[in-house]
Ligand binder design. Structure first.
Ligand SMILES: [Fe+2]
Length: 147
């Protein structure tokens, strides 16, 4: 597989590995209005993230890549900002999520482009699914903040 595609998929994987913990952080430390809704939504999102991590790692293996499978290496390249172990207001949770989801969309789009350039239809298809899901999530998060 092309090196640029492998590097970008591993960066994506590293970010999702860190996101898995960050979504738990938000799930645990969220406080304020909308607690029950967002606490549950965050659980749904970290469950989804666990599936994404597994799918991306196994896709890398299927196309002769080498997925990042330890947190030290993931942290060394991840661009996602981790959070402190501190309470976080529900409004701020939604804004933090919006900003992360915008990155997921951007990164998915870049991987689709690299995969298409490499005639790797399977990878392009996998990330097209993610892109559509994230666009829907972004619309919902923005709608949630506009009340
Ligand atoms: Fe929980």
């Amino acid at each position: 597989m092309p090196q640029d595609l492998q590097d970008k998929m591993n960066l994506y994987l590293a970010n999702q590995e860190i996101m898995y913990i960050k979504l738990h952080n938000l799930h645990w430390y969220i406080q304020g209005k909308g607690f029950f809704t967002l606490h549950a939504k965050l659980e749904e999102l970290y469950d989804q993230t666990a599936e994404v991590i597994d799918e991306v790692a196994e896709r890398l293996l299927a196309i002769s890549g080498k997925p990042i499978a330890n947190l030290k290496n993931a942290l060394a390249i991840a661009t996602v900002k981790e959070l402190e172990d501190e309470p976080v207001s529900s409004d701020s949770v939604v804004y933090k999520l919006i900003s992360d989801v915008e990155y997921w969309i951007q990164d998915s789009a870049e991987i689709i482009k690299l995969a298409e350039d490499a005639d790797d239809v399977g990878t392009a298809d996998l990330f097209t699914g993610y892109l559509a899901n994230y666009q829907k999530l972004l619309w919902m998060l923005r709608a949630y903040t506009s009340s």
